[in-house]
Design a protein around this ligand. Structure first.
Ligand code: ZN
Length: 269
């Protein structure tokens, strides 16, 4: 149907303004619904992303008010960018080693990395306890060791603690180690970042790894997603050479996969 909104015709040839196609009608209704809905908070205290966090409840109910809302959002984003730029001073203190007061040592005798106790302690309760403990106070030069990380992984982790961000390249390269570190040292935001990346990148080549790591970290959501993905693609994954290795290493998970697969077959047959 000709539509006065999405038509490509020049203005004089456009259909009358009351002719609107289904897609434009639904889109307009969705936008109004989205901007009029109050920001909801779920049980975990996180904001529902389907709602606009920028507008007060029921403040905007017509499409012509969207531009006002967009301006408010842009202003808020600019202010947040300013705050982020201000906080970037921390990463400069790390990279330029300004007044560092602790050495963090990786496993395998890799070189230590100078850092700031205050940053480590504020980002992780476990680090705080480690730094408070007598063992750390008596360690030479005030050193703490994270034996499960190599030098490169440790540098990534510490950079994250200062900056709160990770490049895609680093997430792809060190995602597993960082998720394990986030779990061990109780760094929920890092955990969330790694999980988001894993959810997005779940594929037949990594689903078994994700299932294994989710089991180690007792990460229920990642486990459910990867398990369901493996079950859906089991006809392919079961014949991958890495599945043999997975079964030997994780017999309990392999058993779970088999049971879920059979359950799914039971549902469809
Ligand atoms: Zn249209």
């Amino acid at each position: 149907m000709d539509c006065c909104i999405c038509t490509t015709m020049p203005f004089p040839l456009r259909p009358p303004r009351n002719t609107i196609c289904g897609a434009c009608y639904d889109g307009a209704r969705n936008i109004i619904g989205l901007i009029s809905k109050p920001a909801e908070t779920d049980q975990k205290g996180t904001q529902d992303l389907n709602c606009s966090p920028f507008s007060p409840p029921n403040s905007c109910k017509k499409l012509d008010e969207v531009s006002i809302l967009m301006l408010q959002m842009t202003k808020t984003m600019d202010e947040q960018t300013e705050a982020i730029n201000f906080l970037k001073g921390f990463i400069a203190a790390f990279s330029e080693q300004i007044h560092t007061d602790i050495l963090v040592k990786p496993g395998n005798d890799g070189p230590s990395i100078p850092a700031h106790k205050a940053i480590l302690a504020t980002r992780s309760e476990i680090f705080k306890n480690m730094l408070d403990s007598d063992e750390c106070k008596t360690a030479p030069n005030g050193t703490i060791t994270l034996p499960e990380l190599n030098h490169e992984e440790l540098k990534c982790l510490i950079e994250f603690l200062y900056s709160g961000s990770l490049t895609l390249e680093k997430l792809e390269k060190h995602g597993y180690s960082l998720l394990l570190a986030a779990d061990k040292y109780e760094i929920p935001y890092l955990q969330k970042l790694c999980e988001r990346h894993m959810h997005k990148s779940l594929s037949t080549s990594n689903a078994l790894d994700f299932l294994e790591i989710s089991s180690i970290c007792s990460n229920k959501e990642l486990m459910e997603r990867s398990l369901s993905f493996i079950v859906k693609n089991f006809h392919f994954i079961a014949f991958l050479p890495k599945y043999d290795e997975f079964v030997h290493k994780n017999p309990h998970l392999a058993l779970q996969v088999t049971r879920e697969f059979l359950k799914s077959k039971g549902k469809t047959n």
